[in-house]
Ligand binder design. Structure first.
Ligand code: NAP
Length: 311
């Protein structure tokens, strides 16, 4: 018997999308684990809980927006919500990704759990306001849940606007982003001094630099974290191609390398939500499965790192 996830049986969804065979590529561990509720983590500044697996849109959603609603991405987006997904991260920097996300959201049967996150990526107060208004039009929403300053760009200007917008209810949370390990020193100072709800940076089993200062600092300051590049932009999969998962991966309900990588990240106590990007239904179902079942404890996390180093 399948328990419904967001009112929709996962098995029925996979069958309806012609992807029933995925059940068997993911089964039996992930399928069994997904009978439980998705893992959700609290945003420290409000206590609101978010599903630990979100969705990135860079490159994968930068496609022709005029026929997005007829594209295979419709099924990708539907699978995200059917499996308990909430947070979608975009940016005006990602070409047509915001407009494509907006079009796809209209095709989903139930997106009531949606949590929109996008970014401001320009210089100047008025330019920032115009860009954020444009993002709302492109995403087809009246309010953005989380507005982030992309790559620290003109952050001193935008943070004033974001605080005003939060007070006026135009956004619910504000944050700032970086990636690839860039600007960590400056980001640290900003986290120490500014009233941020969220910070976004890169973290994965291979690139663990943020464990030293940024993750503990975010915990200490009560700032939620969004994790980008969880698959090192896909390069982690090239590293493990043809290599077996360790037998003990079943102990943490892991049935694929994708789940192995995501569960490593999700198990860090400072992590709030991970935003892997995918253009494929099969990968979306795989990624969402990582948000269910058991997570590794500290000793297993070390074992995961060591195992990867032997490959
Ligand atoms: N400064 C910033 O603010 C910043 C910077 C970087 C990223 N980000 C955000 O973080 C998101 C994620 O980072 P990213 O897109 O750079 O990289 P990523 O999520 O680490 O990797 C994406 C790649 O992994 C592949 N993939 C996804 N799931 C898979 C699975 N289960 N099995 C095998 N392959 C899989 C995707 O290909 P398929 O399409 O074939 O699945 C895609 O090529 C971005 O989309 C963006 O929203 C923000």
């Amino acid at each position: 018997m399948n328990s419904p996830i967001n009112g929709f049986s996962r098995r029925r969804f996979l069958q309806s999308t012609g992807a029933a065979s995925l059940l068997y590529t993911l089964a039996p561990i992930a399928d069994a684990a997904m009978q439980s509720a998705p893992i959700r983590k609290a945003i420290p500044s409000s206590g609101e809980k978010l599903s630990v697996i979100g969705l990135g849109t860079s490159r994968t959603f930068d496609v022709d927006s005029s026929n997005a609603a007829q594209s295979p991405l419709v099924e990708v987006m539907q699978a995200f919500f059917d499996n308990g997904g909430q947070l979608i991260d975009s940016s005006p920097m990602y070409g047509s990704a915001e407009a494509v996300t907006g079009a796809l959201l209209k095709t989903v049967t139930d997106n009531s759990g949606l949590f929109t996150a996008t970014k401001v990526w320009t210089n100047g107060r008025n330019e920032g306001i115009e860009q954020m208004q444009q993002s709302m039009r492109r995403l087809r929403v009246d309010r953005i849940d989380l507005m982030q300053i992309h790559n620290l760009r003109d952050w001193q200007t935008h943070i004033e606007t974001l605080l005003e917008w939060k007070a006026e209810g135009k956004i619910r949370y504000l944050g700032i982003t970086t990636s690839h390990g860039r600007s960590h020193r400056e980001l640290e100072t900003i986290l120490q001094q500014q009233p941020l709800d969220f910070v976004q940076f890169s973290y994965n089993i291979e690139d663990r630099g943020v464990e030293r200062r940024l993750l503990p600092l975010a915990q200490e300051r009560g700032i939620a974290t969004l994790i980008n590049r969880p698959y090192q932009r896909g390069s982690l999969f090239r590293k493990v191609r043809g290599k077996p998962l360790p037998t003990w991966a079943t102990d943490i309900d892991c049935a694929s390398w994708g789940q192995f990588f995501l569960k490593f990240i999700a198990s860090h106590p400072g992590v709030t939500c991970i935003i892997p990007a995918t253009s494929k239904l099969k990968h979306m179902v795989d990624n969402m499965a990582a948000g269910y079942g058991r997570l590794p404890e500290e000793s297993t996390r070390q074992r995961m790192i060591e195992y990867l180093e032997t490959l």
